[in-house]
Write a protein that binds this ligand. Structure first.
Ligand SMILES: CC(C)(COP(=O)(O)OP(=O)(O)OC[C@H]1O[C@@H](n2cnc3c(N)ncnc32)[C@H](O)[C@@H]1OP(=O)(O)O)[C@@H](O)C(=O)NCCC(=O)NCCS
Length: 140
């Protein structure tokens, strides 16, 4: 299996984005997934070169000065435990190395994973609007 890592969603179609958001009650559609990838300041996509499908992704949004936030990271279940998630994080952190602060939130069982990258445990706060888990309502 050959995996290619790319830094843009340009040229990617929604058909290449199936199977993500595992366990989400009301997941974004592949079309909405594509939109959020295109709207992110930085993305790294892992593409299976045989199928052409995206099998892992990580996103970051930034203020382009001090701060970057990593909202999403996922590797499809069939591709997990093959160092793909680690590679995505490493490649994203390399893209963000100029920023003062790079923040993310994760469940406690993922803290050991992120600590491999010198990301430290902290205290966070968050709000979730579960009615909008599939994405914002479009205006007009
Ligand atoms: C978390 C996730 C991205 C990891 O991707 P992956 O490709 O399976 O992980 P890797 O194979 O790159 O693992 C790299 C290392 O982290 C370890 N690791 C992986 N998942 C871990 C976890 N949940 N807790 C602790 N360590 C973990 C691996 O054992 C491996 O260790 P090694 O380098 O000593 O061999 C993947 O499990 C996933 O998509 N989960 C569902 C979505 C999710 O939880 N995303 C994160 C939201 S904050």
């Amino acid at each position: 299996m050959a995996i290619e890592y790319i830094y843009s969603a340009e040229g990617i179609t929604a058909n290449q984005l199936h199977g993500f958001f595992v366990g989400w009650t009301n997941p974004p559609s592949p079309e909405t997934h594509l939109e959020l990838l295109k709207n992110s300041d930085e993305v790294v996509l892992a593409v299976d070169t045989e199928s052409g499908n995206v099998i892992g992704f990580i996103t970051a949004i930034t203020d382009n000065v001090l701060a970057a936030y990593i909202p999403l990271l996922e590797v499809l279940p069939d591709y997990q435990n093959q160092q793909i998630g680690k590679t995505l994080v490493e490649k994203m952190l390399a893209r963000l190395r100029d920023f003062y602060m790079v923040d993310l939130l994760c469940d406690a069982d993922l803290q050991l994973f992120y600590e491999k990258f010198d990301i430290r445990r902290g205290t966070g706060m968050f709000f979730r609007n579960y009615d909008r888990q599939a994405g914002r309502l479009k205006e007009g």
